[in-house]
Write a protein that binds this ligand. Structure first.
Ligand SMILES: Cc1ncc(COP(=O)(O)O)c(C=O)c1O
Length: 399
């Protein structure tokens, strides 16, 4: 009789399943305030002026162009660096608007939105131990991208009250370990813009250094009151050390399409593309073809300042009837308000109350700082239909 033994491997029962423990590479990252506030807004059916995205549609022609591209069979991998016609269109725009000559073959890369562009630039250019200066308050992807690269984010505050760059403090933060500086104009969350003088001061400050500048210009076409956007592309000396990042999502009201671009000198672009090809490889083909055709007409982005300025003015006129104190909104699609005449609550508590009780969602400015910093400021997004803004204003009128 054959002997039976118990030598077979233990059966894979549920009890044996094991998920390895992990040490978080981003221990300080949790659920963002944007997710929290959007969830709260949905739960309370609040008008969501918190997260920054339009609640209106893009130009239907753009949707048709994407459909056409799909029907024409443009559905497979495009070139890793982006569809040539789109890179060409971006180069023409940089030339037309900022008199910046770039070679679309060696200096423009199409990305999966600005967020992917920023992390890719940081992973490509920042080494372990390097320092990267960021100016607080700032968009939330900068810090974790620096941490993932093994770098250290050195947070330098913009001037409290005005959110203008403090060049003395930036100068003091520069060290032999500084590899990069990230700037963002028009600025999220403060809606300020950098002036020509600011760009000049920055040029002089960086002149003796080897610091790379990452210039986050996703709101480049939203600058108001006849001002011009001071792109790094306008300043040849700065452009020579800059990775300029923009987002078609912001410009064409299609934040969910996640397409952007990077313009950088060839030497920086070469390194950028080495990382780009292994973290995203290529970007949505039909959307790139559609954007290339759509960009032949400059009018949609040339019209954007007046389009958003009208919304800003509508929103500000309504807010002026409340006890909010309005901060300037020079660019972007944000409006910050000081609520100190209304409440003593912390920014997070005030925004929660505004969402649950007044039923309008906003974002606390403190969410954009490395360390909690309370100024009694909240940020509204006015990239909304007029009727959305009017409904919000009706509710805010009680304040
Ligand atoms: C300052 C800033 N940079 C980058 C981004 C990300 O842009 P994208 O959606 O193209 O990744 C945003 C989006 O809100 C932003 O406000």
């Amino acid at each position: 009789m054959a002997q039976t033994t118990e030598t077979s491997a233990p059966s894979a029962t549920h009890a044996n399943w094991r998920t390895p423990s992990v040490t978080s590479r981003l221990p300080r990252v949790g659920t963002t305030i944007f997710t929290t506030m959007s969830a709260l807004a949905a739960e309370h059916h609040a008008v969501n002026l918190g997260q920054g995205f339009p609640d209106f549609d893009c130009d239907p022609r753009l949707v048709d162009l994407v459909s056409d591209a799909m029907r024409r069979g443009l559905n497979q991998y495009p070139p890793m660096i982006g569809v040539p016609a789109l890179r060409e269109a971006v180069a023409q725009k940089l030339q037309r608007l900022y008199t910046h000559e770039v070679n679309p073959q060696t200096e423009i890369t199409i990305t999966a939105g600005a967020t992917q562009a920023i992390i890719t630039a940081i992973l490509a250019l920042v080494d372990a131990g390097d320092e990267v200066i960021v100016l607080d308050p700032c968009y939330d992807c900068y810090d974790p991208s620096i941490v993932l690269a093994g770098g250290t984010a050195v947070h330098v505050p913009l001037k409290p009250g005005t959110f203008r760059p403090d060049f003395a403090r930036i100068a003091a933060a520069l060290s032999p370990r500084t590899r990069a500086l990230i700037i963002n104009s028009p600025h999220n969350p403060s809606a300020t813009t950098w002036s020509a003088q600011d760009m000049q001061s920055l040029t002089e400050l960086l002149r003796p250094t080897d610091v790379v500048m990452i210039s986050d210009e996703v709101y480049e076409h939203m600058v108001f009151d006849g001002q011009r956007h001071e792109s790094a592309a306008r300043y040849p000396e700065l452009a020579a050390r800059s990775v300029i990042v923009s987002s078609f999502g912001k410009t064409y009201h299609v934040t969910g399409w996640k397409v952007g671009f990077v313009a950088a000198p060839a030497a920086l672009t070469t390194e950028f593309r080495k990382v780009h090809q292994f973290n995203v490889f290529t970007v949505n083909t039909p959307v790139q073809h559609a954007l290339a055709v759509y960009m032949q007409d400059a009018q949609p982005y040339l019209d954007l300042p007046s389009f958003y300025q009208r919304k800003r003015d509508l929103f500000r006129a309504g807010l002026a009837q409340t006890r909010f104190r309005l901060l300037p909104s020079e660019g972007s699609y944000f409006q910050c308000v000081d609520y100190s005449a209304i409440s003593d609550a912390t920014e997070a508590d005030f925004c929660r109350w505004l969402t649950t009780d007044i039923v309008v969602a906003a974002i606390p400015l403190s969410a954009f700082y490395e360390r909690p910093f309370e100024q009694k400021l909240a940020r509204f997004c006015f990239a909304k239909k007029d009727e959305t803004l009017e409904l919000a204003l009706l509710r805010l009128a009680a304040l």
